[in-house]
Ligand binder design. Structure first.
Ligand code: ZN
Length: 505
């Protein structure tokens, strides 16, 4: 029954209790949910903290890269992902922003910066790029095919150049050294890269040949001068070394004898190439003396030309007579210059001989060389006048003069030898007209002396001076007398009788 009561009561109170319980249950659920929620939050927070999610950038390639200056630099790039401790790496890479300051044309240290961002996160990474010149310069050697170093002067540099990828032309900085048969070239660029090359010197095979024109032994006639017939020196490389040839030894061209001339070249190594020539100086060939088979008079006129020479040439021409003029340079010291009479006399068929330029005893007989100088100066004038040199001459004062003793002892006999060896033919005289100083004073005496002095069966060489008017004036009567007596008047030549006196000094 109690239960019934209870049941009735229950109906009401139970409803209330039910209500209360229900509320209580709901409260419990709310608490549990709240706790669960908090727990969840704590767990999420813990997960986030433990996961430590962030962006990570990984460089592709080295962190420090070397780039060759002047060449293209290819950056390998980088990758970026979100990464965390719990959930690992994100599937998709993040976009990367690259900032590169690399200038490949300028040596230096550069940085490439990589940036990635997302979800409020951001990361940066860097790569160092070192732009460097690591390539050495290049040395180029010029070479002409077939070029051989000269025996004489050694190797002549054929040329070279050096260039560097960064520094450009480095030719001026090349260090060149030559040791024995090798040339060494080296150069370094501004980055210290070094290059060294070398070249082997190829030499010509051996020393040059000195070839003597005319041969190793020559024979020449005595003369005032000796002219070497010539020579040439060529080395195996074909270089003409003739101008480097030195000649030692001497030929005294007017002194008979045997001489040695040495030709040689010495190179920088002290090696020599040489040749030797023997020179024999012998007398010039003599022209045989021919005695004419007719009664002959050789009129000779010394010391001119002068004011009377033209008149003399006129009279000789009129008689068709030839004569010989032993001339001096004194023709130029009169009222006018009579030197042109030499040319006229020559053209009119007369012989021209040297009587020396100055006819000054003190000058011409001072020495052998003084005589030679004076003689040749007159030869030059004769050449100008006649177009040829003469072989004929007469010593001032004749070969028998004693005046030369005052200037040089023994000079006459020595000059006779020298001049004869050189092929000159000297003439004295065997008929003296007496027109010289202290002798005849008029034409009559002169012509008389000549007429009396000339002999029928000898060769007559008459001494006169065309510098004396009375002597020139005597010529016509001499010519007439000679013609009337069957003489011919001829000009001397190299085969003529010399009428030598013999020397006295
Ligand atoms: Zn004279």
């Amino acid at each position: 029954m109690k239960e019934k009561t209870q049941s009735a009561a229950k109906t009401r109170s139970e409803k209330e209790r039910e209500k209360t319980r229900k509320a209580l249950r709901q409260k419990k659920i709310r608490v549990v949910l709240a706790v669960l929620f908090v727990y969840l939050l704590v767990m999420i927070a813990a997960a986030v903290i433990i996961d430590d999610r962030h962006i990570e950038i990984t460089l592709l390639g080295p962190e420090e890269d070397i780039a060759e200056v002047g060449e293209t630099y290819v950056d390998l790039g980088a990758e970026a992902y979100f990464v965390g401790n719990l959930f690992g790496k994100s599937v998709n890479p993040l976009e990367i922003k690259t900032e590169s300051g690399v200038d490949v044309d300028v040596i230096g240290d550069y940085t490439v910066k990589y940036t990635a961002e997302g979800f409020g996160k951001k990361a940066e990474s860097y790569r160092r790029v070192l732009v460097r010149d690591t390539k050495p310069p290049v040395i180029t050697l010029n070479h002409e095919e077939g070029y051989l170093a000269s025996w004489l002067v050694g190797y002549t540099e054929e040329g070279f150049s050096a260039t560097d990828n960064y520094d450009g032309d480095l030719t001026a900085k090349v260090v060149r050294t030559e040791v024995d048969d090798t040339v060494y070239y080296s150069v370094a660029d501004s980055s210290g890269n070094e290059t060294a090359v070398e070249r082997k010197i190829e030499y010509g095979v051996s020393e040059p040949q000195i070839r003597l024109e005319g041969g190793e032994e020559i024979t020449v006639g005595a003369a005032f001068t000796f002219t070497d017939p010539g020579f040439e020196a060529v080395d195996k490389s074909g270089n003409d070394l003739t101008s480097y040839v030195k000649v030692t030894g001497e030929v005294i061209p007017y002194e008979l004898g045997t001489y040695t001339l040495d030709y040689y070249i010495m190179n920088e190594q002290g090696e020599t190439a040489s040749a030797r020539r023997i020179v024999n100086v012998v007398p010039q060939p003599r022209v045989e003396t021919v005695i004419p088979n007719r009664k002959t008079i050789y009129l000779t006129f010394d010391d001119g030309p002068g004011p009377y020479t033209a008149q003399l040439l006129d009279v000789l021409a009129r008689y068709g007579a030839k004569a010989t003029f032993f001339v001096t340079g004194n023709g130029q010291y009169y009222d006018r210059d009579y030197t042109d009479m030499i040319g006229r006399a020559f053209r009119e068929g007369h012989s021209i001989g040297v009587h020396t330029l100055t006819h000054d005893y003190a000058a011409v007989y001072a020495s052998r060389d003084a005589f030679f100088r004076d003689f040749n100066a007159m030869e030059d004038i004769i050449y100008e006048q006649t177009g040829q040199y003469t072989r004929l001459f007469r010593f001032p004062g004749g070969s028998s003069n004693t005046v030369s003793r005052n200037y040089c002892s023994g000079i006459m006999s020595s000059l006779v030898n020298y001049m004869t060896n050189m092929g000159y033919v000297y003439f004295d005289w065997n008929v003296d007209s007496g027109d010289a100083l202290g002798g005849a004073k008029n034409s009559y005496t002169v012509s008389n002396n000549v007429a009396e002095g000339c002999l029928e069966n000898t060769v007559n060489v008459v001494l006169q001076h065309d510098t004396k008017d009375f002597s020139v004036a005597a010529v016509e009567s001499i010519l007439r007398w000679g013609r009337n007596n069957g003489y011919v008047f001829e000009a001397l030549d190299e085969s003529s009788y010399g009428a030598h006196h013999g020397t006295n000094n």
